[in-house]
Every structure is written in C-alpha cells, then in structure tokens.
Design a protein around this ligand. Sequence first.
Ligand code: MYR
Length: 131
Amino acid sequence: TFDGTWKIERNDNYDKFMEKMGVNMVKRKLAAHDNLKIFIQQTGDKFHVKESSNFRNLEIDFTLGVTFDYSLADGTEVSGSWTMEGDTLKGTFLRKDNGNQLTTTRIIQGDELIQSYSYEGVDAKRIFKKA
Ligand code: MYR
C-alpha cells in the first residue's frame, strides 16, 4: 500500500532530469533540497495526495485512469493520469507548453517509496521513507 506520509530521502540523477526539463540552475539547486513530503491515501481507485515542500503545499485528488491537470513546482503545467499495473503506479503526463511526454512510476520497495521519472530519454529517481 502507498498509504502514509513519505519524506524524501535521496535523489538519483534528479539534477540531470530537471536540466532536461529546462529548469535553471538556481531552481535545480533549491529543488535538490526541497524537503518534499507526500501524504498518500488510497480509497479504491481514488487517491488523495498532500504534497508539501519548501516551495509549496497542495492537495490533489485523482482517480486511476482519469485525466487531470497538475502544475509542477516550477510552474510547468502538465495533464495526464495515473494507472495501476500490478503493484506499480504508472503516470503518463503531457506538458502543456511543448506537448512532450513525461512518465513517472511509484513503487514500494521494502520500506521505501521509489518514484521514477522519465523525460526525453533522461531518467531519475526520488526515494522516500516513511515519515
Ligand atoms: C501526484 O500524484 O503527486 C500528483 C501528480 C503528479 C504528476 C507527476 C508529474 C511529475 C513531476 C516531475 C517533477 C519534475 C520537476 C522538474
């Protein structure tokens, strides 16, 4: 289960990923230490997610397979949806500004939640532990 509060523990290739996304260096440096926390609560195919970081606090509700809009912390707007494949949450989002695809997955591995990101051939991971 993805339920619970997850606190960022470490990043893997996140700087390169953000660079590919077009995030400038100053913002990348801040984002590398954003103290991201996500609270996830799943009820059937519906998810309630609270996101808090040095940048912002926000709450999102989505249903598996249903498209929704989301703004990244740097203001980039995307639209897409999450689906569940086995134990993996798979997200496919399109950037509204250039139409490029961003894919992401969430999986629980041991006591960690691993979120992976892929954009234009660059992959990154953010690894969370239960808060
Ligand atoms: C959620 O489930 O938390 C809400 C929807 C998340 C969409 C995921 C979009 C990927 C975020 C990538 C951040 C990259 C910053 C340059």
